[in-house]
Design a protein around this ligand. Structure first.
Ligand SMILES: [Zn+2]
Length: 431
């Protein structure tokens, strides 16, 4: 459990704004609650515009059923209370109607979270609750009955999704991760056969070496302070642009020949501050800090390629759809894609978990993009901006290729066009 000093009203408000702001629910759909140690449940109100919600709108429901608030509680209060009653370990619940998961609910299916090791670890297997009237006690029994079987993420037939956890932040993380898995599966199915991981593959991230020695660091230089500021801005932007999800996505920038700054393990990417970034120097990690698990792969890239100044592991949904299928990502779409993305390398699942240098050997300044099977994409650049731009171009390219399927067969740029682009943009033959 994360220790939170936010008042329940503020915690619920902040997450609701985030869910609505990222179009993970409509203004009328969706409700959040959390339960305190004393048994009080705080929940979003009924019939209030999600775009204009204030902290005063949040309602407290006491254990004796009495209400405290200027609004009526969400009409879905019955299923929230029933889940808390059946599962005493649960302290936070998210319910919404995000479009990808609603699509699964209409098809009476659940997303198979074995598409990513993170989705499997964060969400577990998703459950399915049969349809009941919204707001009814019967819906409460139906949904809570599935949670009572041990599921923590449940698709509601012809309705939406409920996720729950030991705190509301974790319930949100499950919600966002499940929606991301659902979206990726949908996009993947548009371009090919989606590959799911088996038990042995799901265990592979655990093989990655996770021991590191601590660095007793010096006072940060002004360059380090500047880079911390810039990198934290790019990380928050990557979240806003849906290139990262809240706790997935690693971003690093080189500080000098032997050190770099990288995102921390598991911290929320939406609110990352300069001080949250972790300094790695000669393989030693700033004392008391935990870097992204990808830090050894990033370190190997900086070691092998002196001109590379930034590395990003990301999960933008369209490019990631290519990582969960065998569909080729042909960048001969428009000149910008071909010039910026180049020809992506493709790494088999798990290569970088067992070999720190697998990525460093696959990418270079001339081949700055890689598709990591069932693990998103990786880009490198001379600096944080170049890598970020490349990631956006990669994602736009992937989306255009997927959308093209609905329009007609893609006609890649021809050989002469490619030769002209090479001559104009890479005249030294360096590329
Ligand atoms: Zn609903």
């Amino acid at each position: 459990m994360t220790l939170s000093f936010l008042h329940p009203r503020d915690e619920i408000l902040a997450l609701m704004q985030r869910i609505y702001g990222y179009r993970m629910t409509t203004t009328s759909g969706g409700n959040l609650s959390l339960k305190e140690d004393n048994g009080d449940v705080w929940i979003t109100p009924s019939r209030v515009d999600k775009g204009g919600l204030t902290r005063a709108d949040i309602v407290r429901v006491r254990p004796d059923g009495s209400l405290d608030g200027v609004r009526a509680p969400s009409s879905e209060l019955p299923f929230h209370l029933e889940i808390y009653r059946r599962r005493p370990d649960i302290r936070g619940i998210v319910h919404a109607h995000p479009v990808a998961l609603v699509a699964f609910s209409l098809a009476r299916k659940v997303p198979d979270t074995r598409v990513f090791h993170q989705a499997w670890n964060v969400c577990g297997r998703a459950g399915f609750a049969p349809y009941e009237l919204p707001g009814s006690q019967a819906l409460g029994r139906s949904v809570a009955g599935i949670f009572a079987q041990g599921f923590n993420s449940v698709i509601l037939e012809n309705h939406g999704v409920v996720t729950a956890a030991g705190d509301l932040q974790e319930a949100f993380r499950r919600f966002e991760t499940l929606e991301f898995a659902g979206k990726t599966i949908i996009k993947g199915r548009l371009i090919g056969q989606v590959r799911y991981l088996d038990a042995q593959q799901l265990a592979m991230p655990g093989l990655r070496s996770w021991e590191f020695e601590a660095l007793d660091r010096d006072t940060p230089s002004s360059l380090e302070r500047e880079l911390r500021h810039r990198l934290s801005e790019f990380v928050r932007r990557a979240y806003r642009q849906r290139l990262f999800i809240s706790t997935e996505g690693s971003y690093s920038v080189r500080l000098d020949a032997s050190s770099f700054l990288i995102t921390p393990y598991r911290a929320d990417r939406a609110t990352l501050a300069p001080a949250d970034l972790v300094l790695v120097e000669n393989g030693l990690v700033e004392r008391g800090r935990k870097p992204s698990r990808a830090f050894r792969s990033h370190q190997a890239v900086y070691e092998r390629h002196p001109s590379i100044g930034a590395v990003i592991n990301a999960y933008p949904v369209n490019a990631t759809a290519f990582s969960v299928t065998g569909a080729p990502l042909d960048t001969r779409t428009i000149p910008e894609s071909y010039i910026v993305v180049r020809e992506p390398a493709r790494l088999p699942y798990g290569a970088h978990f067992t070999d720190d240098y697998a990525i460093a050997e696959a990418v270079s300044p001339q081949r700055p993009t890689a598709i990591l099977e069932n693990d998103g994409v990786l880009v490198v650049g001379a600096d944080a901006l170049e890598a970020f731009d490349r990631l956006e171009v990669l994602e736009s390219t992937a989306e255009a290729i997927i959308n093209c399927r609905a329009v007609g067969e893609m006609a890649p740029m021809g050989d002469q066009v490619i030769r002209d682009l090479e001559a104009a943009f890479f005249p030294t033959g360096a590329a």
